[in-house]
Design a binder for this molecule. Structure first.
Ligand code: HEC
Length: 149
C-alpha cells in the first residue's frame, strides 16, 4: 500500500497543473502560459540599444535568413499569415503583418517584445527557445523594412 502514496502525490500535482486545455507540453513541465509569462519577465528592451549593424543591408539579410528559417512556415514568405503550418490539427492563420494599420506599425518595442515573448495563441516565445536579441532585432527590422515596405 505504502508504495502507492508517492504516485498519488504525483497525480495530485499533475491535476493541479492541468487547468489549461491539453496541449503539446509534457504534463509535468511548465505550461505554455508559464513560459510566455517567463519570457515577458525576462524581456529586456534596453538590450537592443547596444546592437549595431554595419549597414541596413546587413541587418535585412540576417533578418531575412531568420525569417525564412523561423517564421515563414507560419507567417508565410511575405508575412501575409499564410504559411499553412499545422499545429495540433489546426492550420494556423496568424494575422498579416502587411495591413496599413497593423498594430505594430509604429511600435518597434512592442514588436520585439511580441517576438521575444510569444503568446498563448500559438506564437512561439523566441527569447526562450533559440533567438538571440541580435536576431530578434534583425527579424523585426526585416518585417518593418523589407516586408512592409
Ligand atoms: C508555430 C507557428 C509560428 C511561428 C514559427 C512564428 N509565429 Fe508569430 N505568430 C503565430 C501565431 C499563431 C500568431 C497569432 C497569435 C494570436 O492569435 O495572437 C503569431 C503572432 C505574431 C505576431 C503578432 C502579430 C499581430 O498582428 O498581432 C508577430 C509580430 C509575430 N508572430 C512574429 C513572428 C516572428 C518574427 C517569427 C519568427 C521569428 C514568428 N512570429 C514565428 C505563429 C507563429
Amino acid at each position: 500500500m505504502s508504495r502507492w502514496i508517492p504516485s498519488l502525490a504525483a497525480l495530485a500535482v499533475v491535476a493541479a497543473c492541468s487547468s489549461e486545455p491539453p496541449a503539446a507540453e509534457a504534463p509535468s513541465g511548465p505550461t505554455r502560459a508559464d513560459s510566455v509569462q517567463m519570457a515577458m519577465a525576462a524581456f529586456d528592451a534596453a538590450a537592443f540599444d547596444t546592437i549595431s549593424w554595419e549597414s541596413d543591408q546587413a541587418a535585412a539579410e540576417r533578418g531575412g535568413l531568420v525569417f525564412r528559417i523561423s517564421c515563414s512556415k507560419c507567417h508565410g514568405d511575405r508575412g501575409a499569415g499564410d504559411g499553412g503550418f499545422v499545429l495540433q490539427g489546426d492550420t494556423l492563420r496568424p494575422p498579416s503583418f502587411l495591413a496599413p494599420d497593423w498594430r505594430f506599425a509604429n511600435d518597434p518595442v512592442g514588436l520585439r517584445r511580441q517576438i521575444f515573448s510569444g503568446n498563448v495563441a500559438g506564437m512561439p516565445y523566441w527569447g526562450l527557445v533559440g533567438l538571440k536579441y541580435r536576431d530578434i532585432d534583425a527579424v523585426a527590422r526585416y518585417v518593418m523594412g523589407t516586408l512592409r515596405r
